[in-house]
Design a protein around this ligand. Structure first.
Ligand SMILES: C[S@@+](CC[C@H](N)C(=O)[O-])C[C@H]1O[C@@H](n2cnc3c(N)ncnc32)[C@H](O)[C@@H]1O
Length: 284
């Protein structure tokens, strides 16, 4: 505990956990207690509240939507990076090559990919950069990447597309050259790539999803690890409903769509293909 942090009783910790689970489906483990204290103490100070009980009472009165959103933002884990789990982008590139051959006419040349739980946007931009690098002709397609996250702060950062130069560490020089200097030592995703990616705030657990699909691929990586099994199963099932038949779901290395999501067939390391036909749907 740091100086200025508030004490958190077991009962208060249980209330924090219940609230986060109800709002975001995130099941906090007991090992996150120190993290909860340090991240939320800052918010208590900003609100001028004297205890966690006062803080949770305040959130539960539902009066302050911004404070409730800050609570979620403070407790999400947003670790990500460009070309994380590179094999997914190689697989996607191969699949999109096949799709492009199967969609030769202008009216068919539509490609939709969703980065669900996109954090600060590196995953969505890696999708766009990888595909444009492999297939420059995609610039003439109706090609869009949707990037969504529950955390409003990361969505805003992603939309700006500006990153610390250290984000380029570990990338090949050719990939590092895809970014532009931003002028203050940071780097930026070029405008023509930013324009392909649409960022939106979306809760994957609660409430309706406005998009109708179908998506040619969905990346939902390192998101389900924060959920319990029933929440994971429900989310993967909903994702399956938005995938085109034969399209792919990419998930994190320690995740599994589970037995409830039997419509998915594992086709490689954490790559799943939709096999069963999804419900009838219209184009987005
Ligand atoms: C570890 S990051 C993963 C980022 C990226 N997908 C990757 O693998 O590099 C997990 C993201 O899931 C988001 N998240 C957690 N619960 C969510 C929910 N209920 N709805 C939408 N996004 C959620 C968090 O805000 C966080 O940005």
């Amino acid at each position: 505990m740091e100086q200025g942090d508030f004490a958190l009783s077991d009962q208060e910790f249980d209330r924090v956990k219940a609230r986060l689970y109800a709002e975001a489906g995130i099941a906090l483990s007991d090992s996150k207690r120190t993290l909860v204290v340090s991240r939320l103490s800052r918010l208590l100070r900003l609100l001028n509240l004297g205890s966690f009980t006062a803080y949770i009472d305040y959130l539960e009165r539902q009066a302050d939507a911004a404070a409730r959103q800050e609570f979620i933002n403070a407790l999400t884990t947003n670790l990500t990076r460009f070309w994380r789990e590179e094999h997914h982008f190689e697989h996607l590139t191969g699949y999109v090559g096949q799709l492009m051959k199967a969609r030769p006419t202008a009216s068919e040349q539509r490609l939709r990919i969703w980065s669900a739980g996109c954090s600060t946007g590196q995953e969505a931009y890696t999708i766009a950069l990888s595909l444009l690098e492999a297939y420059p002709e995609l610039k003439r397609w109706d090609f869009r990447v949707l990037a969504t996250d529950i955390d409003t702060r990361v969505v805003a950062e992603g939309a700006a597309g500006v990153y610390a130069a250290t984000e380029l560490a570990g990338l090949t020089p050719a990939r590092a050259r895809l970014f532009e200097p931003y002028g203050d030592g940071r780097i930026r995703v070029p405008a023509q790539v930013r324009d392909l990616v649409q960022f939106k705030v979306l809760n994957l657990v609660n409430g309706p999803w406005p998009m109708r699909g179908p998506f040619d691929a969905i990346f939902c990586r390192n998101v389900a690890i924060y959920f319990d099994k029933p929440t994971q199963t429900e989310m993967f099932s909903r994702l399956g409903e938005l995938l085109a038949p034969g399209a792919f779901l990419y998930i994190g290395h320690s995740e599994n769509p589970g037995s409830g999501a039997s419509r998915f067939r594992g086709v490689g390391k954490t790559v799943y293909q939709l096999t069963a036909p999804a419900r009838a749907r219209n184009a987005a």
